[in-house]
Each structure stands twice: as C-alpha cells, then as structure tokens.
Design a protein around this ligand. Structure first.
Ligand code: GLA
Length: 395
C-alpha cells in the first residue's frame, strides 16, 4: 500500500515536471498572439445569475458597483453581457440590440462602462443562432467584428449552439481574423464546451476556451469541472487559458467554505475569474471571498502556469494536494477536502518540485503568516473545503 502511494506520488510529480516542459515548448511554437490576456481575464458576466434578463440598467448598475465596491481595484475588469441582448439583423445585415432593454444602444452603454474605468464585453455565437435563439455570427463574421469594434467592445465570448455541420477551429479562426482586421484589441473567449478538443487549437485561435459544459451552482458540478479542466494544464500560458466556466460565488447554492474552495481552485488553475453573482447586492462574506487579494495574486501570477494535482491521500481520492508554481519561486498549494468529514491534510516539500529545507508558509484565507516549516506542512481542512497557502523557500 505504502509503495503504491509512493509510486503514485512519484508519477504525479513526474507529470508535473513534464507539464512545465511541454508548456515551455508550446509557448515557442505558438504563432498567433494578439497581445491580450497576459494573465487570466477577470470580470463579471450576466449569465449565471440573470440569464436572459439583461438590460442597460442592469449593466450600468453592475459597473457602478464594481467601480465602488473594490472589485475593479482588485482586478475585475471586463463587464460582459451574455446572451439575449440582440434581437435581429437590419437589412444591411447589421446586428440589432433589443431597443426596449437597451434604449440608448450598445455604444452608449460601452461608453458608460468605460467611464467607470472598466472594460466592456459582449456575447455572440459562431453558429446560425445563439443558445437562446438570437441571431448568430455565422456568415456575418466581418460585419459583427466591425460593429463590435465601432461600439468599443473589448471582449467577445463566442458560443457554439446551432453550429451543426460547421468545423469549430475554422469558424473560430474566421472570427479571430475578423476581429484582428478591425485593429481594435479585443479578447476572444471561445465557448464550445470542450467538444472539439479546443486545448489543441485554442492557443492559436483565442485568449481562452471553455473546456467543459456549463457550471451549476453546486459542489458536485464545480468539482466535476475541476477534474476536467485540470487535464489540459499543459495548454495554458500567458495569452491563452483553459476556461472551466464562470464563478458561482455568492449565488447561494454552495456553502461559504465551498465557495472559498471554488475560488481557490480556479485561481490555482489560472482560470479566468468572471464573477457570476449580483454584485450590486452581495453579502460582506461573498465580497470578502471574491476580493481576496492573496488568492487573486495566485491566479494572476505572471509566470502563467496552470497548477496541477500533485498528490491524492486516502482511499477514493477524497483528499488532494494541488500546486501552482509562482514567478517568485514560491508555490501556491491548495489542500482540498472533497469528503464530508473534517480531516487533516499534509503536504511534503518533495512533492512540490525542487523544494528543500525550510520555507515560510502564509495562509491565504486567514491572511496570516504561519511561520517557517521544514519538509512538510499540514492543516485541518473543513468538509467540502480547502486550505490555501503560499510556500516560499528561504534563502
Ligand atoms: C451556453 C454557454 C453559457 C451561456 C449560455 C447562454 O450554454 O455555455 O455560458 O453563454 O449558452 O445562452
């Protein structure tokens, strides 16, 4: 049993080392680069909480809130309207916004968001219609890209509904090129749910790509997306990120411990951090979770490596150690308790790459320096919870 665990851990460490090598050579091979998203995009998106119920009033209220509640200053930058803002095309083929919900038009709204020191994002679909049946971008790539650029759009999420018979890499590349021709820097968010292996062509095509189906506001869904998204860590690097979908923090379906684990794991995976709650009226606890600067710093670390699973403890894999190497030589570590019992979890330095001797440990949720530890660190972890620390070698 012990030797089984040792072998398994050695294998995980080898995978981690190989991953870093692969990521480095992939960076050299990359041809396309629009210079954007050097760290994972952060912002807010309407879908998880509001669905189709979007309006200029909502977006303005969200921008006001983000500019004053600390979110903007913590790095949440893009305010993105998801599906349902669009209703038709005019006779020139130009996309038309819902004039009841967006009476002054989209350009005026983008100007407002910009006036708050934020960036503005919008949603479309590479197929003929969006997932909610609104006009899609298929065969309108150039006119849509030009329209968005004229409106001052900084970020486009492009979905994949109603795209039967189309080839995903081809369609997304068409829109990538149309965006490039506008001359405006626009982040491209690919959203085909991991159905065409986007971790292979996404880095040449967009700045982020979904690796999974839609998140639901419950623990099992969040954990399922973790297990999927973590398989593709070798593809992530500055400018190109795996996207395990938007955050559910504050939407009410998980406990606060579960939401802390959610943000810890997304940051460990260098995932885009797109808040998906009603940020105009969140509780102080939700705000504290979303605005945890120690955790955000891990997500936004300039080394740009997606963290990985380095150890599983206990039968059935309920206790896990995740690790992300950081620019300054320290390691972010998440001790994840997937079980329903409070349990101690420990991490040995030898599982964290070439870490030896004594190291300083900082708890990223209690914001306390725990002191100097040699060779290992352990902590008691709440059920469905995570402890997140930053381990910095000494000397
Ligand atoms: C798909 C996407 C979601 C959301 C909806 C909107 O399901 O994956 O993120 O954009 O469409 O209809």
């Amino acid at each position: 049993m012990i030797s089984h665990h040792v072998r398994r851990a050695a294998r995980l460490t080898a995978i981690a080392a190989a991953t870093i090598l692969v990521a480095t050579s992939a960076t050299l091979n990359r041809v396309w680069d629009n210079g954007l998203a050097r760290t994972p995009p952060m912002g807010w998106n309407s879908w998880n909480h509001f669905g189709c119920n979007v309006s200029a009033e909502l977006i303005r209220g969200v921008a006001d809130a983000m500019a004053t509640n600390g979110m903007r200053d913590a790095g949440y930058q893009y305010v993105v309207i998801d599906d349902c803002w669009q209703v038709a095309r005019d006779r020139n083929g130009r996309i038309v916004a819902d004039s009841v919900r967006f009476p002054a038009g989209i350009k005026a709204l983008a100007d407002y968001v910009h006036s708050k020191g934020l960036k503005f994002g919008i949603y479309t679909d590479a197929g003929r219609r969006t997932c909610q049946g609104r006009p899609g971008t298929y065969d309108h790539e150039d006119i849509d890209a030009r329209t968005y650029a004229e409106w001052g759009v900084d970020y486009v999420k492009e979905d994949w509904c109603n795209a039967e018979g189309l080839d995903a890499p081809t369609q997304y590349a068409k829109f990538r090129d149309a965006l490039a021709r506008t001359g405006r820097p626009i982040v491209l968010s690919i959203c085909e749910w991991g159905s065409n292996e986007p971790w292979k062509w996404g880095p040449q095509t967009g700045n982020l790509w979904r690796t999974t189906g839609d998140i639901e506001d419950r623990w099992a869904s969040m954990i399922a997306l973790l297990d999927l998204n973590s398989q593709y860590n070798a593809s992530a690097r500055p400018g190109a990120w795996n996207d395990p979908d938007m955050l559910e923090v504050g939407n009410g379906g998980m406990t606060d411990d579960e939401y802390r684990a959610h943000l810890s794991l997304w940051s460990l995976m260098a995932a885009p951090l797109m808040a998906g709650n009603d940020v105009r009226s969140m509780s102080p606890t939700t705000r504290d979770i979303l605005l945890n600067r120690d955790v955000i710093a891990v997500d936004q670390d300039s080394l740009g490596v997606q963290g990985m699973l380095v150890e599983e403890q206990g039968d059935g894999g309920g206790l896990q150690v995740w690790m992300k190497p950081l620019k300054d030589g320290s390691r972010a570590v998440v001790l994840l308790n997937r079980s329903v019992l409070q349990t101690p979890i420990s991490v040995s330095w030898w599982r964290l790459g070439r870490l030896r001797g004594s190291a300083r440990v900082r708890d990223l949720w209690s914001h306390t320096d725990l002191g100097t530890f040699s060779d290992h660190f352990s902590a008691t972890v709440a059920p469905h919870g995570a402890v997140m620390v930053r381990i910095t070698p000494q000397g």
